[in-house]
Design a protein around this ligand. Sequence first.
Ligand code: C2E
Ligand code: CA
Length: 844
Amino acid sequence: MTRTVRRDNETDRQLVLLVGLVAVCAVAVGVASLYLVAGSLVTTPDELALVAALVFLAAVGVTVKWRVRIRSTAHAIAWSEVAILVGLAVAPATLVVLCTGLGVGLAMIVQRIARIKATFAIAKNMLVASAAGAVLHTLNWDPELAIYSVAFFGPLVTAYVVAVVLDEVLTIPVIARDTGTGLCAIFRHNLGLRISSAVIRFPLIVAILLILKADQWLLVTIPPVVLCIHLAYAGHARARDDQQAWQRLARATDALNVVDLDAVLSIAVVQAADLFSTDRVEVELNEPARLVQGNSDGVQYDGPTGSAPTPHMRTVIAVPLAGPGSTLSVGTLRLCLTGPVKFSDREHYTLRTFASALCTAVRNASLYRQLNQVAERHAREAAQDELTGLANRRRLMEHGSELLGRRRTSGITALLLVDLNHFKEINDTLGHGAGDKVLIQVARRLSVNVQPGGLVARLGGDEFAVLLTTLPAPAIAAHRADALLAAICEPMELDGMRINVEASGGIAVAPGSGGMAELLRRADVAMYQAKRSGGRTAVYARSRDTADVGRLALGGDLRRAVAQHEFNVDFQPIVDLGTGEVIAAEALARWQHPDRGRLDPKRFLETVERSGLLPAFADAVLEQSLIAAATWHEAGFALPVAVNLSPRSLLDRRFPGAVLARLQAHDVPPDRLILELTETLTLSQLEVVDQVLGQLRDAGVRLALDEFGTGYSSLSMLSRVPVHELKIARSFVMSMEASSEAVAVIRSTVDLGRSLGLSVVAEGVESEPQRRTLWTIGCTAGQGHLFARPMPAHRLLTALQCGSGGRPGSLASPLHDEGAVVRIDQTRRAGQRHRNEKVPHLPA
Ligand code: C2E
Ligand code: CA
């Protein structure tokens, strides 16, 4: 994008051509004049003196001049027209033309003016002299006429105007070419000065002619007079020029008074190029490094310092951008000119003033920019979540309120609240960095999959919200929410590991009143409904609201619950599916809440796990379970007790020690305790989990995988976690009658258990057909409402003692007692026997 003013060869060639053209014309005029003069040879002393006087006059005329610099070129306003017209009054035009050429030539030699400039000056003045002479000749001008007559004045004025105009016409194109400036710009430059000087010079011509009429020899007095007038005028002109320069400086510094840094720099470049008449201006900033180049037409380069074009410039005047009296500069201002130029003192002073003003402007603009950035960042931070770049809670509330407050909205607005399940475990096991990556991926998936017009926000932690807008019907909200949750739950690559993130979603449609706060609350309630029901999403249902509101408040009561021993444990028997005999019991926690009555674990477990009270809770459950086991044992039933573990307990290195100490305290053998583990990411990926489980197993404690088949990569987990038992999730047992797929899952779990030598227990057996099918498949143990609901330890003991059909220790009739035809292939029977032999804890 760089375009640089440069005096290249092409420009030089054009300049030589132009000057050559003027010179050729002048030579022609000169030759013609010489031819005409040759007829009347100058020989007398008077004639020689006249020639000398004319030559001297012409030399003085071009020497005494008012110089104006345009870029690198000094442009001179000289007195040559005065010399020419005075000459024409005393000598023939041909002689004046030749003497002018000679006089100017001599002046050029004395002043050591460059050849091309000298040639141009000689040729131009000869042409001006011949043109003025031709006008006077044509108009029959007679210098002898009375000086105040029209016949004298008219031709003289005409010849003078022609001389002045021709001078301009010849000079302007040459300067324009030489400086690379437009013709109009050159024409306008100092126009007032040129016109006024031309006007002033004419009366001088008249005055000189008056003197000459008195005595021709007074001609020699003219040069000193001209010099005096020139000096007087030059002083006046300089003062005016200075004044104008200050005015221009004031305007230029005024223009810098803007707050946008880009604007400051481009204004500085243009103003400096105009103010100092330079070919190029550079402003280089230190911090951050930046270079802006340009000329009076505008900026031509703006970028890093290293890659700027650097055409050769003969004059570079650099001045630091520092405030008055300050040594700390913000950069440098450079004025570049193609030719050799020496700045006047005034120009130096102007430059320093301009640089100081520019420094202030740059500082102000930089500060303003920084302020703006800070303000923008604050505004962004106030509305944005830093980690994911999503809207934050505040932005969601503002946007939602604005949307709900609109009188006319197209369609229905709904809010989906998303909560990642087990996110804390991801954080705890894989580290916060991995947790952050998961949150970022979830944010991206939500943003990509949300419909246009929707707003995705992160409310904090692992909680996200999606505002669904312009829905055609409320039912569509659930549909869209399902799609969004499905997108989140797609497997995700995390540092080369493939993990599944599970999420629950609560959906609420915008209520008639209550605004965003109520919408958010309802979506929150719906989300907990989803979590409780085990489904992925739930739509807000008013009927279930109050309970949930209470559930949210439970957190505050936990501490008291632990201190006041409000947690107690019920036991659900696990039976041999074939004989109906109780072979173990699962401990299930209950909270005896003083106000809310008995609460089951789904309503408080998550709150317990999120609070710091999990160890105390787990301890209370274990204590009661072991007391129960010891009591049953004393009564003659050596039942193992199965206790559910929260995954987080496995991250506690002190946990095995605590368990073993309690076993010892109650004198319960370790193999009478079964710890049920939920399949989670935690179990399969952390060393501490391996150690905790290893210690427990080595001590003889039995381990079971709860809800097998519903968690993470079940098979890969089995290879790492050394369990003794698999528990088939209730959801499979429930679906068994309707779904062949569920049967297939159970069958393969049973087969897997057999091949690994593990017991398999089916959960949630509610009917005899389920029991039979499980038995047929080869599943030998189960629990469920068919046999017994969870009950207090003492009631279980009573049930055991009474038994079913008069058989102590039994809760159901044996399958063969009912005469059922159960076809079990031989291998299953063998496996069954084998396992029965391996389970020594049958009721005594
Ligand atoms: P789980 O380990 O799968 O426990 C079985 C759940 O199924 C129990 O619910 C039990 O009451 C229920 N259940 C048993 N048989 C049937 C049946 O035939 N039909 C139906 N519909 N339900 C049946 P509960 O007691 O509400 O426990 C829920 C979950 O809470 C448990 O699921 C377990 O994961 C967790 N949990 C319970 N107690 C504790 C505990 O002390 N510590 C920890 N960490 N978790 C516990
Ligand atoms: Ca369990």
